[in-house]
Design a protein around this ligand. Sequence first.
Ligand code: UD1
Ligand code: UDP
Length: 436
Amino acid sequence: MKIAFIIGTRPEIIKMSPLIDEVDKRGIDNIVIHTGQHYDYEMSQQFFLDLELREPDYNIGVGSGSHGKQTAVMMEGIEKVLVKEKPDIVLVQGDTNAVLAGALVAAKLHIPVGHVEAGLRSHDKTMPEEINRMVADVCTNLFFVPTEETALNLLFEGVNRENIFITGNTVVDACYRNLKIAEKNSQIMSQLEVEGDILSLTLHRAENVDDRQRLENIIEALLNIQDLTIVFPAHPRTVKTLKKFGMYSLLEEAPHIKMIKPIGYLDFLILESNSKLLMTDSGGIQEEAITMNVPCLTLRYNTERPETVEAGGNILVGANTEKILENVSKLLADQDLYQNMKKATNPYGDGTASKQIVDAILNAHAQGKLGIKPPEQVASTQAKELLQITEKITVEEFEEKNPNYVINMVFDEDKPVFPYSNLHLDGKTLMVTHFS
Ligand code: UD1
Ligand code: UDP
């Protein structure tokens, strides 16, 4: 059994790290392929040191570039490695170009793909990440999803429920594991020397920083925030565009804003946990905020992490100056609102996602379900049907009894529910595909 991990950017290194540790701990043969999409010390190497990860076995060295070129170079490099190494499964994480390239190459080589953090949807195809997530999920065989809501997205797209594993998000594993280490080792708070409350900010999403108007709106809000010191570890993409649009000095010269280089993971965990508020357009930070009970304002018009909003820990404010300022003021003035946001329940699991993912992979391998094989039975029709179940039967029993049916969705009254193996179907409606 051999696993190939594909990583390329800061969040992938962080969120794959507990999984790489788990696979190493169980003595499973594995290789790590870094695409090299992030290459600055602060965006890559720093995380290998913080997370005590071994150096990647391969680095494709793709660097920066247009989406087409970057994806093409990654695909060429990853293909060479996979042909040589012949892993039993390729694991990709999240929604970057590495995920798109890795999943596509592996699927064409008939190597099973496991997508960690599969099924997220913002329903916004202007985001490069939405395209990456959706294409990767077309190529994926084992879907490791963080929540039931995410699992339902996949069911609605026709994914077989047997291949979906609701595990929580490995971001929680990484956070729980590293927060204690960070508390011992990080010097960031004394280095920053901030008196009073902190708002920590990150900003890097293409739709915000490459759009002059949106960036201007956000900066106007930042310049007008009072009673908080803004700590802003700025992503290299953002530094580049701030300079291009002549906006960099506005932030650098504002007395209540501390612009710093991107910081290491351990320092960032400490900064987050010592913040009164987080403001971000990052995916991972929306998840970390609710994991660490810090209220989050998200500089986006939609999110593929709606659970954080539904749980009450995250508010979407877009790139809208008034909305940003209004929500910061409200949270500072209204203690009940602030405390309720802090208390929001974390939807991303209990920190055992990595263990569950490795268990699922080993199980699939042991049951001979990992390989991609050509079909052996002729199935010329695929009828979609609705079935009203009146029998006392569970999902597992239904599937045993009806091997030619695939359950697409279960409705309890008018509410879609995930078809867990032990779910009782009596009184429910099934949407099925009938192969014959
Ligand atoms: C990428 C991911 C995004 C993820 C983010 C995590 C895609 C399409 N985007 O966005 O989903 O949220 O990583 O941070 O995969 N740069 C440097 N040094 C580096 C890396 C980048 O200076 O080490 C600069 C370059 O000018 C580059 C720009 O940042 O052109 C953007 O980098 P890129 O990797 O294309 O996208 P990110 O914005 O980092
Ligand atoms: N992070 C970090 N240092 C920083 C900013 C972020 O270690 O200066 C970490 C943060 O803890 C989170 C991850 O980077 O785990 C988020 O990455 P990013 O926002 O770049 O990408 P996204 O999650 O949006 O894909």
